[in-house]
Each structure stands twice: as structure tokens, then as C-alpha cells.
Write a protein that binds this ligand. Structure first.
Ligand code: XMP
Length: 522
């Protein structure tokens, strides 16, 4: 199981987000880090004594799906309001803060969801530089109804008279709306005002300090033991490997499984990059035949995925057990993979959704898990990778799913079909890069369809494969739009594929969003 790692008391300025279970709690932390102030989530009921020990410059109380007066609703240690540390309560966080200080919270007359006009009526440091009329993002049923006399209302919406408040003598502020979401105008400014002007942070933190901290924490935890890191060729696992390499050097062993469903040139690229950046043990397992023979004749998408997942675990496991003294397994789990409740001593109540390929391995093999990226978002991981000296081309690579071309080769997975797909895919990526569009798109690829269509070549009728091209833009991969690809780029892609990839006589473009489609076709 993931080892519970207590927070290291950092030397740098720290803001803690008390996580009451709101969906955007981690986003608050990321917005604060954007102000160059280190910020981390902790559990909502962390004791005031422990908070004093961690010595944060400020506390932010997050939102929550709960109701302040509901049975078993999450409550902070009431002593935190006596610490003298500046506090910003957001949504539920504002309601618990106001309730603690004698205000009353009740269900509002009407629930407010989404974009709402907000009028700022009272000058305050929190609203410095923010216009008096802004659009804010609301998402609440309850609201503060009777504000205690110790609070001053700073802003209101049509149905919420206390959209922003401050205490008259304590450094305590509340926002009923969510400054952390991009839909709130000047949300970043509000958070910046809180951390810089109210908490007095200078904003000197850089992603480099995070690297130093993680490196120190990894060294301490690993000691003289060996760590195994599965490399996939993608950004996350490469950043984890680079971080571990910096921390423990040759105590790191990496395993790269070639499952035969990689992109054109990927296997060589991984080896080449590895030997350039790391002078440590790399195990390349050529399991192409094994995967293909297990997948023979299988066309049902879920069965394919299951087989690929199972074989991966078997192959990885047999390689991992051959590595002596390995005690830890490192994974590139990112915050968006972290869901639900679990437990670390200070950390928020979270556990990992093991959708990664190596899911299940740590438990079976008795490895302890190292997940140095679990507090971070993808763009922060990219920054970290750049700082660790990884090449641009790897940092900005589109995500590639664990089952690889297996989920893009519809119908039976065979070497000849994979080869067709690989060639077509390489053309798609090459043309997007040449057109300067690769970075404007979050994911693009070719899909080989399990149908054939009639065509004509010279005087002959052909009956050949169809390639679908998919390109999407997305913020979080949960929803996505199809990319409005310029016609000339489409034309070049289509011409090159039909002229250059044997056995393909037709190219189609996928114009479906997610939902209702998914990004991958299987
Ligand atoms: P969908 O197809 O669900 O994809 O819209 C969303 C994102 O997840 C990636 N994806 C996977 N990644 N293992 C992975 O590591 C998988 O089994 C898997 N399936 C989908 C997909 O490429 C997209 O970025």
C-alpha cells in the first residue's frame, strides 16, 4: 500500500489548504503555487498544535459537499481560529468559519450554481485591484444568513448578501464563491492578495524547491535500498525516473516493457533518451511476441484491454523479481488520479485509483510505493521535467494510453495491422508538428478501423483499410472537443497516408466531442 508520508516541515513559506472534501481543493493549492508560494493539502481536522508546528503563513479552508450543521459534517479544530494565522474560508470553509464565530448558516432561498454577478461594496485588502462588479463562480445550497456583528460584509450577489466577508479584528476572510476556478474573474488576484498582502508571503517558491524537497524525502525514505521504476516513454514516468535518479543515482533500476503496441520509433527513443540522461540500470523487456500471441483472434475491446493489462503485470513482475534488493516501486501517479478517501497522517483523506498498468503489483510483490507526483497537476509535472533537464519533445508529448496502439487497432491486433497503424500515426504527428499545431492539440492519433472500403487506384478497384484521424483539445481529458483542423493540414495527412501507407485507401476525420464519445476509440 502507499506509505503514509508525513509532511516535511519546509523552510519555505507555506500555505495549508484544509481539505473538507470539496472537488476543487487541490485546485486551490495549485493556484497558490502559481503565486510562487508552496501550498499543500492537509486533512480538514488537523490539530491546531500540529498546524502551529508546520508554521504556515496562512490557512485556506476548502469547500465541501457537506452542510455545516449536517450530522457528521467535517469540522476543523476550533483552536485554529485562535492561532492568529490568517485564514481564508472558501464556500463551506467560509460557512464553518462564520459559524464558529457566531454567525448562522442556513439553506439559501435559492441555490446558486454557476456564473453569478457579484458586487463588491466595501474596500478591503482582499479585493485590492479587483473591479467592483465581477462574475464569480458559485456552487452552494447553504449560505451565511445572520452575520455575527464581528464580521463585515464585503460583497454580495442578488441572492447572497454575504458573498465575501472579513472579521473586524482577526485576519479572517470568507468567500462564498470559488476564486480557484477560472470562471471567477480576478479569482487569481483574490488568492494572490490573500497570500501576499494578508499572509505576507514574498512568493519565492519555485518548482525547483519542490524538487529539492522531494529529493531529500526520497533519500531519507529509501536509505540504501533499491527502487524500481516502470518507464512507459511518457512524461510522468520519465519525470519520476529523473527525480529518483537525482535522489538515489544508481540505486534506481528502470523497467521498460516493449509490448509491440508502441508508436513508431518509440522503443528506440526510450532507450536513447535513457542512456543520454541516466547512467543506471535499464531493463528492456521485449515481450512483443508474448502480447501478440495472447491477443490472437481477440476483437472485443474489454477483453483486449484485460489481456494487455494482465500480460503487462506478468511480464513486469517476472522482470522485477529478478532485481535484487528492490524494496520500492515508483509510480507517476498525478493528483487527478488520486481519489476517494484513504489516509496519510497529515495529508488529506485520499487513496489512489490504480488505473496504471502496474496496479496491483506493489501489494503482490511486497513493494512499498513511491509516488512523488501525487500532489501535482500535469502542467506542474511538465515544469518539473524541464527543470530536471528532460528534453522538450518528451515534456510536450501527447499522452499515450497504457494499452498503446492496442486501443487504436480496432478489430484483431496483428503485427501487419499494427504496422499499418504505426505508419499512419507517424504521418499524423509529423504533419501536425510541421504545421505548428502539435502543442495546440492535447491528443492526436490515427485509428485503424476494422472495415474495408472500395477505392480506385489507376484503373484498378481496391478494397482496403480505413484510417480515422482523431485530434482533440481538452483541459483535463474528462471532456474534450474535436480540433477544428485546417483543411490544408487534413489534406496533407490524407494524401500522405493514402499514397504512402500500403493497404489504406481512405482517411476520415473524427468530429465527435467527449461526451458522448471518448477520446480513444476503444
Ligand atoms: P478516454 O478514451 O477515456 O481517454 O476519453 C481519456 C484519456 O485517458 C487515456 N486512456 C488511458 N490511459 N491507460 C492509460 O494509461 C488506459 O487504459 C487508458 N485509456 C484511455 C486516453 O489516451 C486519454 O488521454
Amino acid at each position: 500500500m502507499s506509505q503514509a508520508v508525513p509532511l516535511v516541515v519546509p523552510d519555505e513559506e507555506l500555505i495549508l489548504v484544509l481539505d473538507f472534501g470539496g472537488q476543487t481543493a487541490q485546485l486551490i493549492a495549485r493556484r497558490v503555487r502559481e503565486q510562487h508560494v508552496f501550498c499543500q493539502l492537509v486533512r480538514h481536522n488537523l490539530s491546531a498544535a500540529r498546524i502551529r508546528e508546520l508554521n504556515p503563513k496562512g490557512l485556506i479552508l476548502s469547500g465541501s459537499p457537506a452542510s455545516v450543521y449536517g450530522e457528521g459534517s467535517p469540522q476543523p479544530d476550533p483552536e485554529i481560529f485562535q492561532l492568529g494565522i490568517p485564514i481564508l474560508g472558501i464556500c463551506y470553509g467560509m460557512q464553518v468559519s462564520c459559524a464558529d464565530q457566531g454567525s448562522e448558516v442556513k439553506p439559501g432561498h435559492s441555490r446558486e450554481f454557476g456564473r453569478t454577478a457579484c458586487h463588491v461594496q466595501e474596500p478591503s485588502v482582499l479585493f485590492d485591484g479587483v473591479p467592483s462588479d465581477i462574475t464569480v463562480w458559485m456552487s452552494h445550497g447553504d449560505q451565511v444568513q445572520n452575520l455575527s456583528e464581528h464580521f463585515i460584509s464585503l460583497a454580495a450577489t442578488e441572492t447572497c448578501p454575504f458573498a465575501a466577508v472579513r472579521h473586524d479584528s482577526k485576519p479572517l476572510f470568507g468567500l462564498q464563491f470559488h476564486p480557484e476556478v477560472t470562471h471567477t474573474e480576478f479569482g487569481g488576484k483574490l488568492l494572490a492578495n490573500f497570500v501576499k498582502h494578508i499572509c505576507g508571503c514574498r512568493g519565492t517558491w519555485q518548482i525547483g524547491s519542490f524538487i529539492e524537497r522531494e529529493v531529500a524525502a526520497i533519500r531519507e525514505r529509501v536509505g540504501q535500498n533499491r527502487v524500481i521504476c516502470g518507464l512507459s516513454g511518457g512524461v510522468d514516468s520519465s519525470v519520476v525516473a529523473a527525480l529518483l535518479y537525482r535522489a538515489i543515482g544508481t540505486q534506481l533500476s528502470c523497467i521498460f516493457v516493449d509490448n509491440g503496441m508502441l508508436r513508431k520509433g518509440e522503443s528506440d527513443a526510450v532507450r536513447e533518451r535513457f542512456s543520454r540522461h541516466f547512467k543506471t540500470d535499464l531493463h528492456v523487456v521485449d515481450a512483443r511476441d508474448r502480447f501478440l500471441s495472447e491477443l490472437k483472434g481477440v476483437t472485443e475491446p474489454q477483453r483486449k484491454r484485460k489481456i494487455i493489462g494482465r500480460v503487462f503485470i506478468e511480464v513486469f513482475r517476472s522482470e522485477a523479481v529478478s532485481i535484487k534488493d528492490a524494496k520500492f516501486l515508483a509510480q507517476g501517479t498525478l493528483y487527478p488520479d488520486v481519489i476517494e478517501s484513504g489516509g496519510a497522517p497529515d495529508g488529506p483523506a485520499v487513496a489512489i485509483k490504480h488505473h496504471h498498468n502496474v496496479g496491483g503489483l506493489p501489494e503482490e510483490l511486497g513493494f512499498e510505493l513511491i509516488e512523488p507526483l501525487r500532489d501535482l497537476f500535469k502542467d506542474e509535472v511538465r515544469q518539473m521535467g524541464l527543470q530536471l533537464g528532460l528534453p522538450d519533445e518528451l515534456i510536450w508529448r501527447h499522452p499515450f494510453p497504457g494499452p498503446g496502439l492496442g486501443v487504436r487497432c480496432l478489430g484483431e491486433i496483428r503485427e501487419d495491422r499494427l504496422s499499418t497503424l504505426r505508419e499512419a500515426d507517424a504521418i499524423v504527428i509529423d504533419e501536425l508538428k510541421k504545421a505548428g499545431l502539435y502543442r495546440a492539440i492535447q491528443q492526436a492519433f490515427a485509428v485503424l478501423l476494422p472495415v474495408q472500403s472500395v477505392g480506385v487506384m489507376g484503373d484498378d478497384r481496391t478494397y482496403q483499410d480505413v484510417i480515422a484521424v482523431r485530434a482533440v483539445t481538452t483541459d483535463d481529458f474528462m471532456t474534450a472537443d474535436w480540433f477544428h483542423m485546417p483543411y490544408d493540414v487534413m489534406e496533407r495527412i490524407s494524401t500522405r497516408i493514402t499514397n504512402g501507407v500500403r493497404g489504406v485507401n481512405r482517411v476520415v476525420y473524427d468530429v465527435s466531442s467527449k461526451p458522448p464519445s471518448t477520446i480513444e476509440w476503444e
